[in-house]
Write a protein of this length. Structure first.
Length: 315
């Protein structure tokens, strides 16, 4: 779950705990160009307060009006469509004549939302199936293969933890990688045991932990929403982290170093019973080959590769 939808979930629960009526709108289908992907959330309170977005601002005002005047008095979900005609698309400001289909739930179940939040904060995947007739939801454990689906009777959505990145090392390159990762909506944790970096990093949205990376990662846990980037250039630190990383579910694992140093690293890791198949998961030299020379340029190449892998576009 991205940070925007995570904030929607937490805010919606705060409103429900305060006894307010709310509706939750979910993007279930788009045609043409759409500023918000399928699965995006918007919560609307009974007084018109909103959190989140389903169109980047194009249809929200009209949706708030409809929710307050029509939908909140109902007990079952309603499908709302914007931009069916070219004229409507122009009226609501949908780009390129796009069309937006939303499922609006006027009575979201607080217990269900509480369970989703708990699962996300425990770094677990969870699947919600909503009966479009009754509005009732059922939860079950999710998997990496789950995704969004919509039928005539059911909407199924998978929710997972925020995308997270462990950056091994707190040097200059790490600062840029951490900054770009935060801007890309990752929860970033920089880990370094070296005393000269004990003061840590003072970057908004970045957590610094002084300790051995393998110990810290074992304590925090590594899941399929985690990227791990080793940037110290010190085998004593990087290699220990990579041994655990390569045996984990992390979706991306990369390490700084030349091609020659990468081959030497793989030879060292094999001595620690890291299999050939596991070593094939290592991205090294780290980053896309864009001719990057400076730390910020290298950081751009690293983030570009991580984002490509995140979306299944193997570089």
């Amino acid at each position: 779950m991205n940070s925007t939808d995570y904030i929607v979930l937490k805010t919606a629960l705060t409103w429900l705990r305060e006894g307010r009526r709310i509706a939750i709108a979910t993007v279930v289908q788009t045609w043409g160009s759409s500023p918000r992907p399928v699965g995006s959330w918007l919560a609307i309170r009974d007084d018109g307060q909103v959190v989140g977005s389903v169109s980047g601002g194009c249809v929200e005002d009209d949706l708030i009006r409809r929710v307050q005047s029509e939908i909140l008095v109902r007990n079952v979900p309603e499908m709302v469509v914007y931009g069916v005609s070219r004229e409507e698309a122009a009226r609501f400001g949908l780009p390129c004549g796009g069309t937006l289909r939303l499922l609006v739930e006027p009575r979201p179940e607080q217990a269900i939302l509480e369970s989703i939040l708990t699962a996300i904060e425990d770094h677990q995947l969870i699947l919600r199936a909503v009966d479009l007739i009754t509005g009732k939801s059922v939860l079950r454990p999710g998997s990496k293969t789950d995704g969004f689906s919509l039928t005539d009777s059911t909407m199924q959505t998978s929710y997972g933890p925020r995308w997270r990145m462990f950056v091994i090392g707190a040097g200059q390159l790490s600062l840029y990688v951490a900054n770009f990762a935060v801007a890309s909506d990752f929860d970033v944790i920089v880990i370094d045991p070296r005393e000269e970096y004990a003061e840590g990093l003072e970057l908004p949205g970045v957590q610094f932990i002084k300790g051995m990376p393998d110990d810290v990662m074992q304590e925090l846990g590594i899941d399929s929403h985690t990227a791990i980037v080793a940037l110290t250039h010190d085998p004593k630190i990087d290699d220990l982290a990579l041994i655990d990383a390569l045996q984990s579910e992390a979706f991306y694992i990369g390490a700084l170093g030349s091609l020659t140093n990468t081959l030497k690293r793989k030879e060292r890791l094999q001595e620690f019973n890291v299999s050939t198949e596991q070593l094939e998961r290592l991205h090294g030299p780290v980053g896309l080959a864009i001719g990057a020379l400076t730390p910020p340029e290298i950081a751009v190449s690293v983030m570009a590769e991580i984002i490509a892998v995140k979306y299944g576009k193997q570089p």
